[in-house]
Design a protein around this ligand. Sequence first.
Ligand SMILES: C[S@@+](CC[C@H](N)C(=O)[O-])C[C@H]1O[C@@H](n2cnc3c(N)ncnc32)[C@H](O)[C@@H]1O
Length: 562
Amino acid sequence: MPKLTNRGCIGLCILAYAPVELTANSTLFPQATETVAQSNGLSPRGVKAEPVTFVSTLAHRAPAETSSPQKQKRDDALERFGFALSNRSVSSSGYRNPPDTSAGTQRGYRSASTTIPRKRKSQSAESDGIVEKTDDSSSGNEKVTSGASKVSTSIEELVPRTSTAVDSVSVVVPAPSSYQRKHMKADYIGLCERHFPTEDGEKEKAQQRAYPTAAVNKKVVPFTIMNAAPQPKEGSLPRSSHPDSLCETPATKPQSRPHVTKFLRKKLKKKLKRVRGGPKTSFDIDDEKLAVLSANFYFVSDYRLGPGVAPVPEEFHAGCDCAGFCHPKRCSCLIEEMDSDNLIVAYDRLPSGQVVLRKDFLNRKAMISECSFRCRCSNTGDCWNHVVQRGRQIHLEVFHTGARGFGLRSPEPILAGQFIDCYLGEVITKKDADARETLHENGQSYLFSLDWLIDDDHPYEDSYVVDGQKFGSATRFINHSCNPNCKIIPVSTTRLSDQRLYYLAFFAIRDIPAETELTFDYHPNWDGSKNVDPNAVKCLCGEENCRGQLWPNTRKKGGSDW
Ligand SMILES: C[S@@+](CC[C@H](N)C(=O)[O-])C[C@H]1O[C@@H](n2cnc3c(N)ncnc32)[C@H](O)[C@@H]1O
């Protein structure tokens, strides 16, 4: 069985459209400073990082331990645990499709997975301009070589810079127009078996864990503001759960009741306190939308692991032993390019000190492997390879777009390549996701497959799915656009020792002015087809190149293609 190797993951098929070009960028790799700053980052479990203690030989690896007893011990342990990194196919991930209503018993979803063209073999390190570190003990500076030219940088440029303070999420929702009220759909289903299932069929679905099983605040679930809601049709959802109960015409819409409004606002404020970075709860929102946010959705700061989701224990996660800073040619947290010994370096440090995606990475399809709290470099507090784990650094606003429901934007401009936030939610098994899928009858889907890395040992059927419907982060409100300004990149913080559990990180792919809605492509592997499936969810992005639908409405066969 192939094993976790010392440097990256031998045989790992991270595919890319272009070879990595490591241009000289002295700002990315600051010289190590001996000052040990407390990291302000968060661990993958959302816990403030503690100073690293190397409790396990698995967590602390010297670069040249290829055949060391420690490595042997770790490999044996990994093998015993039943996983190893091997050649694997790679697929991109995306939202799973809503049910195919035309397909009878078919569940009718697809994730945005596809086969990615094999990467061209990289040119030699010299011609690619690989960054090389050379010692210059006389000046204490680091020299960086880029192809033929060498750039010497001053120590000031190399000093780690502190990142901007974490800002907060605010919910700013303008009152809806009558058009919006007419078209607004809200999903009240999926609360728990006690409140929702009324028929045998529904009970059966609940037993298959179609509904989130987390404890529900009973005071909130039977929300009673809908006194004058229209009678549900026979056999449909119970009234308190019916999505249409949130879309009454103005004539039947009940008046707001101040105590209910107060209660809901208080509840929402409390929920927003759970948003990583601290809340700033300014919202101007009518009761209906307040109800959607307050009574049926919980902000979480990390994944909630559902039944059957078994992460690889932390003691099996490895960390690098880079003292001071991580060298892009040597850090063992980085994974290798396909068919090349070059390591994938995703980030660049701007002169302002901000770490963003490298320009060539904006259009690439590859996974990022970040250093983690297990690494020695996490002591510095400024490792350039700790971006997603530090969490959101920008202010986000949930607002109402009208026909497309809630959307997300920032009151601040965002730079191309800047990390926005992760897509979070309940991580559930594919089987449970299939059961929940059947409930998305109004076309809203918050299921996102973690099927980037699948292989014979980790087949598509065993992959996990993130459900952001009931529990999630602000990114759960990001809508689709056929001309998007953001993209999702899978980010592993376990150096891929856990293939099924990684983060879905949103990055800006161009400069985004303040107050612009953030969007991404729900179906990034669109084949260019002009055919619009009449049963598909209609796209209302309004872009010139709009495809007319969010997803084609045929069931995903699984794995790496459609
Ligand atoms: C992940 S949610 C996005 C947030 C959602 N608007 C809300 O209010 O919670 C995805 C759903 O939003 C709606 N949506 C997103 N982008 C859309 C678009 N371009 N056109 C129409 N509906 C869209 C669809 O109903 C889709 O299933």
